[in-house]
Design a protein around this ligand. Structure first.
Ligand code: ATP
Length: 916
């Protein structure tokens, strides 16, 4: 029977689970329980075991055709052919298996990277651990936007509201409480108000609970049908290539059938022609294409991880290359998120604050008198605050890490919201610390900050029962709630004039790129019960204390990244909840506000209809004082204008906009679980430059896919045309089946794979974004494939014809065989760039490719010169004069191509020079 945790008191629960509500478990206990209960994971659908993955390779249509061919050869007693084809089939399967296995492993590694985390208290210290490491008895902290990591009995709540639709289907959030629900016998899940269940989402407030069940023992585990189905992770390109593949199969089969028919009509032996047809089909059909596309994507994704971008949805890799607009949050993404209070206004006095970063050392320089309100101002800053200053420790939430080379350094940092950290530091500079204040009064209530309310308040109670509310938030919002101002030790009514005067001071500070917060308080007297207090009754008739202005400098790299985006045809748009003038000043520093670009505020946006917004969005570079609700409208307007939009987000309310964007980007550090889940990509370092790096990689991946499509298809066209033209012209077969199969292996295998890891071209961020609708064959690729293939075929036939003149048909075939192989092995270097010739890209730019080509060339020489391989591949050793023909034919047309391109480029440069 399941334990009725909700009916027990908190004490009974923690006693039963042998844990401490304050300190949690210790590591030893956690380890022991992990051994007993296992990891906190839902067991998802079983994965394909490696042996099955290997066997699956043989299910491929082309492989089945080859196996059939082997059987036919075997029946006809052609053992050498049968065995060679079999070996080729197995080697192909091994290659395919390795490619698929690697792709799957990298996808698994990705999943592990985006696995949810939980904030747990162990040994009295808060830390973040992977949610899978939770055990029953762990004390876990919940915050807005968190996904509840296990089933928990709640111990403390502060306005905690949880959305439980994943479990109950009910989408209205449930307000949680902690009291036990003993009297109730029959109770449904949705009514257990003192419990929080795995997979549900905290949409408001905070809480603390003790884990009562993990993994498959949770309610979520019981209804496993609720486990999300794996998403279709194929990218549009993969889908398009699959369709292309199918069309090519039909086309190739028809051509091959024609070749066979013509051959047989001309009197070639039936068996020979059957095998030639099969081999040609195998060679012509780019069966390696899907696997190589997956590999290129997987490798690209790995490269992105190295640059701190974690891809959650594979299609995003492709869309990244098409991005035309990045909508980015300001704080922490474009700026350092290292807030420091520089200026304050208390009473009538302007104050300058010295000191750097989060180090609580610094002074106040008063431009006037220091009244008694200053003390209350600092006190409010310290109490209406959830941040904690840290020194030389790995802080809660992993926001601040300064553990270098195993030694603790003594750098100051902040655990929690940097805005609050800055206020905490300011208070500490005035020798006011929260822990000292909390000896005399205790926090009894909190109405948390959220970007819609733009304020936060707390209520403290002294021992004599006296209650005081401390409030802070955006100045325009707070001033609306104030009726008095504390000035020169006196409480005076706040007149409209003073309000305007304060708003002007706020604007002055904002103009200097400062984020400004207003602080206020109110005595609430003594009350019988604090239950009657709510946001509305507390946050009214406030007494204004002052303004604090903090800087948050733009990240220097972000300024360069914005420029890089501009060069790459990508617009950067900043979206912030900050004041218009602060936003404008920061926007200028970042270089966003050049040439007619404008700033739009949330209020202006509200007044616009969708069409007006659509028009305004085209030249808006900064959105200020917006709420997450506005973000969704912005994304939609931009998308309607035909843009491919990347949009960042962190808070729980950002999730809809992030989901709607073409590329939803979530913050790895500051982001909530909900936003991460809605996103296609997570930034491990919350940094704007990482988005730009990911776009660069996205473009490079697409380039690489085009590179090997060009290579593979040109080679295949070359092979098919060689055979087709030969039969058409009544020549003997220039290539034998085994030779075609072999060629397919040496040229399509390693070199094509190496193209998938080709480094990005240097000018990749100097081009305009790609149109997502454009075909893979656009910009003349299709034509180039056909023309290259034709040159290959004609060259090979010329070599064949010369071979026939120089000796026997065996010699001619060996020459044709080598010509076509070396054509391809040289050509692969040209495929490294569509815009630049080898003269610019160099031969050695991709070491893997050099290695792959060397190995393939050696293998090719082996089938020419190793005597026992000669009868299998029907080759004869070539002499120098033969090689002279082969290499001249294979290399000269390509050299001519390179020279032609160089001349054309030079001419283009000269024209540009003349125009300039
Ligand atoms: P950005 O987009 O730049 O990251 P944001 O959109 O997240 O910023 P918010 O954090 O929503 O901006 O802040 C909006 C306003 O709310 C700020 O300008 C500030 O005045 C106020 N504010 C910010 N943090 C707090 C806080 N912890 N407590 C009270 N008020 C706050």
């Amino acid at each position: 029977m399941t334990t009725r945790w909700f009916a027990m008191t908190r004490r009974e629960v923690t006693d039963k689970l042998a844990t401490c509500p304050d300190k949690g478990l210790d590591e030893q206990q956690a380890r022991e329980r992990m051994e007993h209960f296992g990891p906190n994971k839902l067991i998802s659908a079983r994965k394909t075991p490696p042996w099955k993955m290997f066997l699956d390779q043989f299910k491929d249509f082309m492989v089945l055709v080859l196996i059939a061919a082997t059987l036919v050869s075997g029946f006809l007693g052609e053992w050498a052919d049968a065995i060679t084809i079999m070996i080729i089939v197995v080697v192909n399967a091994i290659l395919g298996f390795i490619q698929e296995f690697r792709a799957e492993k990298s996808m698994e590694a990705l999943k592990a990277l985006t696995a949810p985390e939980a904030r747990v208290v162990r040994n009295g210290l808060e830390r973040k651990v992977p949610a899978a490491e939770l055990v029953p008895g762990d004390v876990v902290l919940l915050d807005t936007g968190d996904k509840v990591p296990a089933d928990m009995r709640l111990l403390e709540v502060s306005n905690l509201e949880v959305e439980e639709s994943a479990l109950t289907g009910e989408s209205n959030p449930v307000k949680k409480r902690v009291a036990n629900m003993a009297g109730q016998e029959e109770i449904c899940l949705g009514d257990t108000r003192n419990m929080a269940y795995m997979g549900t989402v905290v949409v408001r407030g905070r809480g603390r609970g003790v884990v009562v069940a993990t993994g498959m023992h949770t309610e979520m585990g019981h209804i496993t049908r609720m486990i999300q189905e794996a998403e279709d992770d194929q990218t549009p390109l993969q889908r398009r290539l699959e369709q292309l593949g199918k069309a090519l199969v039909i086309f190739c089969l028809l051509v091959c059938a024609l070749v066979v028919l013509l051959g047989v009509m001309r009197g070639e032996p039936l068996y020979q022609m059957f095998l030639a047809g099969v081999s040609l089909a195998v060679a012509a059909i780019p069966e390696g294409l899907p696997a190589i596309v997956t590999i290129a994507l997987a490798i690209g994704v790995q490269r992105m991880i190295k640059r701190n971008a974690i891809i959650r949805r594979l299609p995003a890799v492709e869309t990244l290359g098409c991005a035309t607009i990045i909508c980015s949050d300001k704080t922490g993404t474009l700026t350092e998120n290292q807030m420091t209070v520089r200026r304050a206004l208390v009473g009538n006095t302007q104050i300058k604050v010295s000191g750097e970063g989060y180090d609580p050392k610094g002074d106040f320089r008063f431009d006037g008198t220091k009244g008694p309100e200053f003390h209350l101002f600092l006190k409010c800053a310290a109490l209406c605050n959830n941040a904690r200053l840290t020194k030389g420790e790995i802080s809660v939430g992993g926001i601040f890490r300064n553990l270098k080379s195993g030694k603790l350094t003594s750098v100051w940092g902040v655990a929690g919201d940097p805005t609050e950290g800055a206020l905490m530091v300011m208070a500490a500079k005035g020798k006011i610390w929260r822990r000292d204040l909390e000896r005399e009064e205790k926090r009894v209530l909190e109405f948390p900050f959220d970007s819609m309310r733009k304020r936060m308040s707390v209520v403290y109670q002294k021992e004599n029962g006296q209650l005081t509310a401390y409030v802070k938030g955006a100045p325009d919002v707070i001033l609306e709630l104030c009726t008095h101002i504390y000035r020169d030790g006196r409480m005076i009514p706040l007149t409209e004039n003073t309000r305007q005067e304060l708003l002007k001071k706020n604007s002055d500070m904002a103009r200097e790129a400062l984020r400004v917060l207003a602080l206020a308080y109110r005595d609430l007297g003594c009350l019988d019960s604090i239950e009657e207090l709510n946001e509305d009754t507390v946050e009214q008739r406030l007494i204004f204390l002052g303004l604090a202005g903090m800087i948050d400098p733009p990240r220097p790299a972000a300024v360069q990244a914005v420029q890089a985006c501009r060069r790459a045809g990508i617009r950067t748009v900043m979206i912030t909840g900050d004041h218009q003038l602060t936003a404008q000043a920061v926007g200028k520093e970042l270089g966003l506000l050049s040439k007619g670009a404008r700033v739009l505020t949330g209020a202006e946006l509200d007044r616009m209809c969708d069409e007006e917004l659509q028009e305004a969005a085209e030249n808006t570079a900064v959105y200020a004082r917006v709420t997450p609700r506005h973000k969704l409208r912005i994304v939609r307007a931009l998308k309607r204008n035909g843009h491919v939009v990347a949009m960042t987000g962190d808070g729980v309310n950002d999730a809809p906009a992030v989901k709607e964007a073409d590329i939803g980007v979530a913050m790895g550090k500051a982001g909530t679980d909900v936003t991460k889940e809605a996103s296609a990509m997570v930034l491990a370092d919350d940094n704007f430059t990482t988005i730009v790096a990911a776009i660069e990689e996205g473009r490079a991946i697409y380039d690489n896919i085009r590179k090997f499509i060009r290579y593979l298809l040109s080679c295949n066209v070359g092979e098919v045309l060689t055979m087709f033209l030969a039969v058409l012209m009544g020549m003997p077969l220039p290539l034998l089946p085994i030779q075609i199969l072999w060629m397919n292996l040496v040229t399509d295998g390693l070199p094509a794979m190496a193209l998938g890891v080709d480094p990005a071209e240097k000018d990749i961020m100097y081009r305009r974004p790609r149109d997502p609708q454009e075909s893979v064959f656009s910009h003349g690729l299709g034509w180039r494939i056909v023309s290259t293939g034709t040159v290959f075929a004609l060259g090979t036939l010329v070599a064949f014809a010369i071979g026939l003149m120089m000796g026997q048909v065996e010699l001619a075939r060996t020459m044709a065989f080598n010509t076509l192989v070396f054509f391809q092995l040289f050509f692969v270097f040209s495929c490294r760039s569509e815009r630049h010739s080898i003269l610019e890209t160099g031969l050695l730019g991709n070491p893997q490719l050099v290695l792959a080509v060397t190995v393939s060339a050696c293998l090719q020489l082996a089938v020419n010169y190793i005597s026992f391989l000669q009868p299998i591949f029907h080759t004869v050793p070539l002499e120098l004069k033969h090689w002279a023909v082969v290499l001249t034919i294979a290399v000269v047309p390509q050299l001519l191509g390179i020279a032609g391109k160089a001349v054309k480029d030079r001419a283009k440069e000269r024209i540009m020079y003349i125009r300039a």
